[in-house]
Design a protein around this ligand. Structure first.
Ligand SMILES: NC(=O)c1ccc[n+]([C@@H]2O[C@H](COP(=O)([O-])OP(=O)(O)OC[C@H]3O[C@@H](n4cnc5c(N)ncnc54)[C@H](OP(=O)(O)O)[C@@H]3O)[C@@H](O)[C@H]2O)c1
Length: 338
């Protein structure tokens, strides 16, 4: 094995898994050996990385011998079962399911916001929800400047956030309806084409969904501040890629829209597109395939003297998933001095 790392991707055939492959290649991460793992169904499927053909293998307890980094992008039940096995075998596990996010012993990291949390990892590092990541990247600089007290957010989440089968479902339903045929729903509880579903994850406490609570609790954990009050409404929309959020942020000290624009213009990983007169604002169509979190429509809230409204858009498969995972791996790899 040459200089570099043995990287395993668990869930390599999924929406995030395939994105991981292209980001590893794009960023020239030093991969010396690659293990592509998925369920028995996909065993034998061929995937290409850096011009080389790899066979997907079935995930088993023995999959992690010699692996330095295990990137898990599977359901939380599979992560819970196999993450500790991989860590025990000596791999650093970076998991993008909800399995370990709220475990107090597991750091939950957005590389631009709390990289310091990586120091206390004990083999497993959690990656936040794809709506939490762009939100904390935008809130964090405002929190430092003016102390964020309360956040109210509504999301407009693309179908790729629900995986490869959900992408296929929107595609099939759209074609069927345009052809005058009926639309079959199997991934989502209702037709998603030409529709919006205010329902992501299971309904729970106080009538909020699991996705809505994830945004609240993960934000508090990443910003290390449980006093930030939050309520969210998460909505699935018929967009293939990129999550958008309409966000109201109340601060302790007054901050103007112009100050927010300036702060966010220099925030790492954030890009401001805010010229409404010229119809310039972030959109899923223009943010797809991009690394940055885009912010626009920055306005003072006329109903409150210390609150800001803004609109953000981020590619859920990149910064919301694969990119942040690879960035975590880059930071840990640099520290290990390999
Ligand atoms: N999509 C996003 O934007 C996003 C963002 C952040 C976090 N996440 C999280 O990432 C995880 C994966 O999401 P995804 O969107 O990539 O889902 P997906 O497209 O449905 O992919 C799921 C992956 O899991 C594999 N898998 C299923 N059952 C398995 C088993 N028994 N053993 C091993 N592998 C198995 C699948 O392999 P087969 O091909 O063999 O079925 C596939 O590779 C989820 O926990 C999700 O919450 C997703």
């Amino acid at each position: 094995m040459g200089r570099g790392y043995h990287v395993a991707i668990v869930g390599a055939t999924g929406a995030v898994g395939l994105e991981l492959l292209s980001i590893l290649e794009e960023r020239k991460f030093p991969v010396a050996q690659l293990s592509l793992l998925a369920s028995k169904r996909s065993a034998g499927r061929r995937l290409v990385f850096a011009g080389q053909d790899y066979a997907v293998r079935e995930l088993t307890e023995g999959s992690f011998a010699g692996v330095h980094f295990a990137l898990f992008s599977v359901s939380s039940s599979i992560s819970k079962a196999f993450g500790p096995i991989a860590a025990h075998a000596g791999a650093v596990v970076i998991d993008d399911s909800s399995a370990f996010r709220m475990d107090p012993d597991v750091p939950l990291v957005v590389t631009e916001v709390n990289p310091h949390a990586l120091h206390r990892h004990r083999g497993i590092i959690a990656h936040p929800n794809c709506s939490t990541i762009p939100l904390v990247m935008v809130i964090n600089p405002l929190h430092h400047r003016a102390r964020v007290k309360r956040v109210v957010a509504a999301t407009y989440q693309s179908v790729s956030g629900a995986g490869a089968r959900a992408v296929a479902e929107l595609d099939q339903q759209t074609r069927a309806l345009i052809a005058g045929e009926s639309a079959e729903a199997s991934v989502f509880p209702h037709q998603i084409a030409f529709n919006c579903l205010p329902h992501i994850d299971a309904f729970g406490e106080l009538g909020y969904t699991g996705e809505e609570w994830k945004m609240v609790r993960e934000t508090q954990k990443i910003l290390e501040d449980d006093s930030i009050r939050m309520s969210t409404t998460t909505v699935r929309v018929p967009v293939f890629r990129c999550h958008s959020e309409a966000v109201n942020i109340e601060t302790e000290r007054k901050i103007t829209a112009q100050e927010v624009r300036q702060l966010l213009a220099t925030a790492p990983g954030v890009s401001v597109i805010d010229d409404p007169e010229k119809s310039q604002y972030p959109m899923p169509h223009t943010a797809a395939g991009r690394d940055e979190v885009f912010v626009g429509r920055i306005r003072e809230d006329p109903s409150h003297d210390r609150a800001i409204n803004l609109w953000l858009v981020s590619d859920n498969l990149r910064k919301g998933a694969a990119l942040n995972m690879v960035q975590i791996m880059e930071l840990v790899g640099t520290e290990s001095g390999r």
